[in-house]
Design a protein around this ligand. Structure first.
Ligand code: GRG
Length: 307
């Protein structure tokens, strides 16, 4: 699975938690503005979209896009529209994943899932509308003045979230309910299901900042290691977290008899591996010097989080 860390990461002053909070607030305000008002007809689908997106969430993928933009020398704020597009796609995937035909969950982000609060048909349509809204946002001229940049963003997000990315990973995950996966199989599954969107989040910053190929590769390496660290941390939370902390059902993988990083490696080795991957991810950021401090803070947060 993961490559082995060879050196400890470069030590830098941590980017303040305050800065992450400020940017998260900015993402939330932008999402608020981009989403259709609940009063606009057809009200129910708009209300459901707002309910799902504005109900919390760590905004991890938008923060990666903002951080990558800053790392390549462009202002973080320039990535706000693409960060919001990412959050819209991510939220659609959670809404559909929670449906009875998939994970059949009652709780998400500490409140009833979309189909529980509304109904199944509304949840399907709200998910569809969030998915299409993401591409609308990317195509808007204010996302970037250069149409070639907008087109590249649309193209890459479509690939990352479709059959060769997140949707493909979800399909493999459903297949794995009746088939045993080994560590390589789980790694490949997670690289599609969560890794591709994390990779796009970082590449989007580089596309916006028109970064050279070498720097894009550094971000790709960072996203690779961070994506695995994120998934292992998620598996650990499923085993060790409480419903109150994570805002969703826990012990789901064990109850379903699903192989995960934790079931294969054990809790302690999985934790060590997650921290090693985060350190390794941070090491890939050395060429960006202090401009990548936001990405370093996100990497530390990923393995230290309790939700
Ligand atoms: C239904 C097309 C389709 C895809 C679903 C991403 C996904 C694929 C399902 C989510 C199921 C899940 C729990 C995956 C593990 C990793 C993950 C995406 C966790 C949730 O993401 P966070 O922690 O959530 O970023 P918040 O709520 O903070 O946004």
């Amino acid at each position: 699975m993961a490559r082995t860390a060879t050196a400890s990461p470069t030590v830098r002053a941590p980017k303040s938690a305050n800065h992450l909070e400020q940017l998260t607030r900015l993402v939330n305000q932008t999402l608020e503005r981009l989403l259709p008002r609940s009063a606009v007809s057809p009200q129910v689908v708009h209300e459901a979209m707002r309910y799902c997106v504005l109900s919390g969430g760590k905004r991890f993928r938008p923060l990666l896009a903002l951080g990558a933009c800053e790392a390549v020398g462009a202002p973080a704020r320039q990535a706000l529209p693409v960060g919001c597009a990412l959050e819209l796609i991510h939220t659609y995937s959670l809404v559909h994943d929670d449906l009875p035909a998939m994970d059949d969950d009652d709780l998400r982000r500490g409140q009833p899932t979309c189909h529980k609060k509304f109904d199944e048909a509304t949840a399907i349509l709200a998910g569809d509308a969030l998915l299409t809204k993401a591409f609308e946002v990317l195509a808007l001229p204010r996302t970037h003045s250069d149409p070639a940049v907008r087109c590249e963003l649309v193209w890459e997000l479509a690939v990352a979230s479709g059959g060769h990315g997140m949707v493909g990973g979800q399909m493999v995950d459903l297949w794995a309910e009746d088939h045993e996966l080994d560590l390589n199989g789980i790694t490949r599954l997670q690289q599609l299901k969560t890794g591709k969107l994390i990779d796009f989040s970082c590449q989007a910053g580089a596309v916006l900042g028109k970064a050279p190929r070498a720097l894009r590769q550094c971000l790709r390496n960072y996203a690779h290691d961070l994506g695995l660290a994120f998934q292992i941390a998620d598996d650990l939370l499923d085993v060790e977290g409480t419903v109150e902390e994570v805002g969703k059902a826990v012990q789901k993988d064990a109850d379903a008899g699903k192989a995960t990083f934790v079931s294969i490696l054990g809790v302690e080795r999985a934790r060590t591996q997650a921290h090693m991957l985060a350190d390794q991810a941070i090491k890939h950021l050395d060429p960006f010097e202090e401009k990548a401090d936001l990405l370093r803070a996100v990497a530390r947060y990923v393995v230290e989080r309790r939700s």
